[in-house]
Structures are given as C-alpha cells and as structure tokens.
Design a protein around this ligand. Structure first.
Ligand code: B12
Ligand code: SF4
Length: 488
C-alpha cells in the first residue's frame, strides 16, 4: 500500500498455531477466549473503516481479499503461520503490521515479514503509527515507552463473534505482574517501561458493566497484584451479580483478606501458579513469592471460600528427577485440586531462562512450533528429554484418570463441592467428542448457562462436616473448578 494513500479497509488476524491442523488438536481449548488484544487495538481505528477481525482458531481464514492494512498478532507458537500470512498479504500489496509477544522477543526475525513491527504493548504505539501513516511517514519499528491504561478507547467487542467462544467475556484490567519469574514472558515483553500497571477502578467497572451475561474471565496475569486496586475492584463489583474466574499467586492468597473480598464479589475459580513442590526449584525459577508459603494453607483457604483451583505445575526445573511427576500428581490429587495444567519448562526467547540456557548451550532446538510447553526444547539436568516428555504425558493421564478424579473430588468437605468437582473435571477431559460436536454445530453459546451453573457458589462449603476417611486429614483441599486453562 502506498503509505500516503488513505485507509479504507483493515483486517486484524490472530493466526492459529500449527497444531490446529494436527490430529491432537483440541478445538474446545482454542474456542475459549476471543482475540482480546486485537479487539483492543481495533478501538483506535476510525469506526467508519471497513474492519474485519478473524481468529484462525475458530474459523477458516479467507485469504483472497486485499485489505489496505493487515494487523497480525504473533505468539511464539503461531509465529511461522503468522509470517506465512504476512508474506501472503505483502505480496498482494497490503501494508502489514506485526506485533505481540514473539515480535517483542525477536524483532529482527519478525521484521523480515512486516512493513512495520511493534515492540511491547500496543496501546500507545499503535495510535502513533496511525497518525504517522495518515501523515505519510509510518516508521519501520515502534517501541512502547508510555505505559498506562488510563483513557483507553472502549474495546471493539462488537467485532468479536461471540457465538464462537465458550467465554466471550474475557477481560483484562491490568497488564503484567509485579513478580519476576525467570521462565515468564513478562519481563521481556514489558522491558523499557513499567511492567505492572492497572486500569483506573472506575474504568474497569465500566468495562465490566458493558459485558452482557453473568460470567467473566479475567485474563490478568495476577489479578491480586495490586492489593488496593483489587480490593476496590471487588468492592465495586459487589451487587453486580457476576461470577468470575481469574489468576493470582500463592502469596497473594495468604497475604490479606483480598481473596475474601473477591469471593464475595463472585470469584469462583482461581488459576494458581504452584509450579513446583521443591524450594530449590522455586529458587531457581526466581519464584520467590512462593518460597516458604504453605500450599496446604492456600488450598484450605480457597476451599473454605468455595473457590475452585486450577493448579499450574512446571516439570523439568534443574532439581527435578524421575520422581517429580508422581510426587506432583499425588499431591494435586490428594489436595483436591480440580484441574491441573502441567507444563514442560520452556525457555521463551527474551527470558532470563533462555539467556541462561543459551549461554550454557542447553537449547536443543529453535523450532518455535515446539515451544508450546508440551515438547522438550532444551537439555534438562537430571532427566533425559525422553523421560521428561514421558513423565509429563503420564502426569496428565494419571491426574485425569477416573480414579484420580474421583479421589480428588472426594477430598472436599461439602457434598455439593464434590459433585461439582467430579462433573467439571469429567465434563472437560472426558467428553472431547461432545465438545467437538457442539463447536461444529455452532452451539457453544448454549453451553454457557451450564458453565454458569457449575460456577454457582458452594454455599454449604464452610458449614458442612468433613466426611470420614479424607485422603489426608491435614488437607482441606481446594474447591472444584472448571478445567479451562488460561495458560495452555
Ligand atoms: C488467553 C490466552 C490464551 C488463549 C487464547 C489467546 C487469544 N485468543 O488471544 C488460549 C487458551 C487459546 C491460549 C493458548 C496458548 N497460549 Co496463551 N495466553 C493467553 C493469555 C492468558 C492472555 C492473552 C491476552 O488476551 N492478553 C491480553 C491482551 C490485551 O494482550 P495481548 O493479547 O498481549 O495484546 C496486546 C499486545 O501484545 C499488543 N499486540 C499484540 N498483537 C499486536 C499486533 C500489533 C500490530 C500491535 C501494534 C500490537 C499488538 O497489543 C495488545 C494490546 O496491548 C496470555 C498471558 C498474557 N498475559 O498475555 C497467554 C500467553 C500469550 N499464552 C502463551 C502460550 C505459550 C500459549 C500456548 C502455546 C500454550 C499451550 N501449551 O498450548 C497456546 C498457543 C496459542 C497460540 N495460538 O499459539 C504464552 C505466550 C508466550 C510467548 N512468548 O509467546 C503466554 C504469554 C502465557 C505465558 N505466561 O506463558 N492462550
Ligand atoms: S507470578 Fe506468574 S505472571 Fe508473574 S512473573 Fe511469575 S509466572 Fe509471570
């Protein structure tokens, strides 16, 4: 596109990872959340333009058009596909923008496929680009320096095809996280400015009020990261009749009574980064906020509030040996964690972990398709790559075995809780074909009331008597949870 030509049509694309065409593809996992980042950027476009937003995870991309401007979001695992689409549109004469996490980590790689690339969050650089484009002087590269969520334009949710997603009401009211785990994307993505900031509470509440239905999923890395913001947000949400899911750290659950405020406002399930049961593993991962914290107490606290737990665990940290898989799964089952997300340690480029491993020649492949936390891409210290992969596969299989689901569900004190745990876990992992059918016949929206029903409060949780024969009497394990994972 001639840079001086005025814009008429814009296309925003979230490419799908390569897995989308593989036999192991789980459509339901990728039909959860809409492309919120792109809808956020679309808010800066002139509403009179012809704008389309396509998400390849849930629809086949039409590639025969020729939009003036193409905006593509790049994660690590969709990078190659993103580059293919970018090359295609550039060959057709469109002006192509690439941005997102992977572009930020490897700008030089991405720049070969784009007219302009964006480093870091887009809330300030994208409007700047649009002004430059209108003036006929678009730059090759923009780097985010201003970091604020104040006075954001309302997200273009009207561009999202709500019926294609189980959770169309995803929302983020902050960016980043106050912590610095060495394997996490966030220090690389937010380099060169603030790495944790929130919306104004009133703006966040206004955004929530705009969302139809009851159920919300906060995709914030750490919703309790700023206790004052979190408390004000939850107080503001009281009486809104919402039920919601979110993520927070171990220490923030034990820190104060923010979690009680969250429960009162409608929090029903929480993604918690336990990551490892080993202190040296936590130390190595820079996950100091978990050190010396009682995981048992976290579970007990959330259980008493009827909040379900999606526990996140990482395998392959330097101290991990062949026994780590069984230890972790046994703990999670006995604790009554409803859903577990296991990851093989993955050094994303740009992270401290990647730098360290590269310096020690431990990176075995730079095929980004494999950086999906399901493949071993580095040399582990006390396990062979095959042992690590086998142990990871075994962990999923063992955790979601009928017997384990039953045992984990039985760990709850309340009968209602036990039943919910059982149904959710089974519903997510044992009915793959049913989900596929629901997606195929475009009836995902019909499942939402079911989701809301399973997220209903477990009012009896605190008053119920503990059943005889708890697997571990010291544990009063976590409440059940819908197994949707926000991390993979
Ligand atoms: C929701 C989510 C998903 C959802 C859906 C994604 C979606 N529809 O957008 C699902 C469940 C499908 C998913 C799957 C996976 N995910 Co995911 N996911 C997330 C999560 C929790 C939130 C994303 C989000 O909406 N953020 C909020 C919006 C506002 O921010 P944003 O999307 O980043 O967009 C902003 C900027 O990036 C930028 N931007 C983005 N694109 C562009 C383009 C241009 C031109 C410009 C100007 C700016 C720009 O501007 C936007 C506004 O600031 C993030 C964690 C996180 N905090 O980001 C992980 C995360 C992105 N996922 C990750 C991973 C690894 C995966 C999986 C590989 C996991 C797995 N094992 O399967 C898969 C693969 C997905 C794929 N397509 O390749 C990693 C990515 C690491 C990396 N370096 O790329 C993250 C960071 C999680 C983590 N902490 O490790 N994920
Ligand atoms: S607590 Fe979570 S989001 Fe924050 S730096 Fe660590 S892994 Fe990343």
């Amino acid at each position: 596109m001639n840079a001086r030509r005025s814009l008429r049509s814009v296309k925003l694309i979230l490419p799908a990872l390569t897995e989308a065409t593989s036999p192991g593809w789980r459509p339901i996992k990728y039909s959860l959340f809409p492309p919120l980042g792109l809808a956020t950027l679309a808010a800066y476009l002139d509403p009179d333009l012809e704008i389309s937003l396509q998400d390849e995870h849930v629809e086949k991309l039409g590639l025969s058009d020729q939009p003036d401007l193409v905006i593509i979001q790049v994660y690590i695992t969709n990078a190659y596909r993103a580059y293919q689409i970018a090359d295609h549109y550039r060959a057709r004469g469109s002006y192509v923008l690439l941005g997102g996490l992977h572009v930020t980590s490897l700008p030089d790689e991405a720049a070969q496929h784009a007219d302009t690339i964006f480093i870091g969050p887009g809330e300030h650089t994208f409007p700047q680009f649009l002004r430059d484009l209108a003036a006929g002087v678009p730059q090759r590269r923009y780097e985010s320096a201003v970091r604020t969520l104040e006075a954001l334009a309302p997200i273009r949710r009207d561009l999202i095809q709500r019926h294609r997603y189980l959770v169309p009401n995803s929302i983020v009211v902050s960016r980043g996280c106050p912590h610095h785990c060495t394997f996490c994307y966030k220090d690389a993505f937010f380099a060169g400015g603030r790495s944790f900031y929130t919306q104004l509470v009133d703006d966040a509440l206004a955004e929530i009020a705009r969302l139809p239905g009851r159920h919300l999923y906060f995709l914030d890395d750490h919703l309790f990261g700023n206790p004052r913001f979190a408390r004000d947000l939850f107080r503001g949400m009281m009486g809104m009749g919402r039920i919601f899911q979110a993520a927070a750290t171990v220490d923030s659950i034990l820190r104060d009574d923010v979690v009680e405020e969250a429960a009162a406002a409608g929090l029903r399930s929480l993604f918690v980064g336990f990551e490892t049961l080993s202190s040296s593993g936590l130390e190595a991962a820079g996950k100091r906020q978990n050190l010396g914290r009682s995981y048992r107490e976290v579970v007990r606290r959330l259980d008493s509030l009827g909040i379900m737990i999606n526990g996140s665990f990482v395998f392959g940290l330097d101290g991990d040996d062949g026994d780590v898989f069984r230890r972790t799964v046994d703990w999670a089952v006995q604790a009554g964690i409803t859903t577990a997300t296991f990851h093989i340690l993955t050094p994303y480029p740009g992270t401290a972990l990647f730098t360290d491993m590269a310096a020690r020649n431990r990176i075995e492949t730079q095929n980004w398709d494999l950086y999906d936390t399901r493949h071993v891409v580095y040399r582990p210290s006390r396990l062979s790559p095959e042992e690590l992969k086998r142990g990871y596969d075994w962990s999923y299989e063992a955790f979601y075995r009928w017997g384990s689901i039953f045992e984990a569900a039985s760990a709850h004190r309340s009968a209602k809780h036990r039943l919910k745990h059982y149904c959710y876990s089974v519903g997510w992992k044992k009915f793959e074909r049913a989900w596929d059918t629901v997606i195929r016949i475009k009836q995902l929206s019909q499942m939402r009331p079911l989701l809301e029903a399973v997220l209903a409060p477990v009012a009896a949780a605190v008053s119920d008597h503990a059943p005889e024969g708890l697997p571990n009497k010291d544990l009063q394990p976590a409440a059940a949870g819908v197994t949707m994972s926000r991390r993979g």
